[in-house]
Design a binder for this molecule. Sequence first.
Ligand SMILES: [Mg+2]
Length: 250
Amino acid sequence: MPVRFSVGGRAFAGSGFLFDKDGTLLSFDHWLAVMGERARQLAVELGLAEPERAALLQFMGLDPARPGAANGGIISLPRCDAEEAVAMYLASRGKGDLAAMRALAARVFREVDEEFPFDRHLCPTTGAEERLRAIRRAGGKTAIVTHDTASAARRHLAALGWEDLVLAVVGLDVCEKRKPDPASVLMACDALGVPPEETVMVGDTSGDLLAGRAAGCQLTIGVLTGLGGEEELAPIADVVVPDLTALRII
Ligand SMILES: [Mg+2]
């Protein structure tokens, strides 16, 4: 049974609800702490002296002088791009050859994935949990389509107690084609058993929305809780909303 919902002053019905993860269901804030821990472990492994450690932190998107503050950097890159950027950065500074630095970055990123206390740092965007619950209660099917790995995304869901709120996860380890390519969106539709024309794609970047369009989703919703601003999302979204509370199940 399709779920009836309203958004942007219009009423719709849909069976599948696909969400990007970072910036859409979760705020970006936890990435500061995750990146900080990745940098700390890399500095320990490589025995970096203070100026080098500070430079690495800076490169990875944190302000070494102000703990908890962001400076941009590579923090918003898809995880595998961030890993590669760190490996290239360390190799370019003579810490080892590129192959060794790739192996080190891969290991440290994986270890932080496994050990980081996500339950203390993850922060859902406004309305995210409540709306996922409402969709599930109404019989809708939900999935995450992310450029993080599906395994990391599942850890995040477990840390939040959201395992039952999201039925399928497609990450870059499951589908290597990136949004705006529609492949990951189509794979999520398949996993939910819902045709694209009965699904809604929700995301904070143009890539999310273009992927939804290319897949043939019935509706694309841009949310302003992440990276994309209104001027970026409005031309390619059917609706742009400040946050997920604007998506109302009726
Ligand atoms: Mg995002």
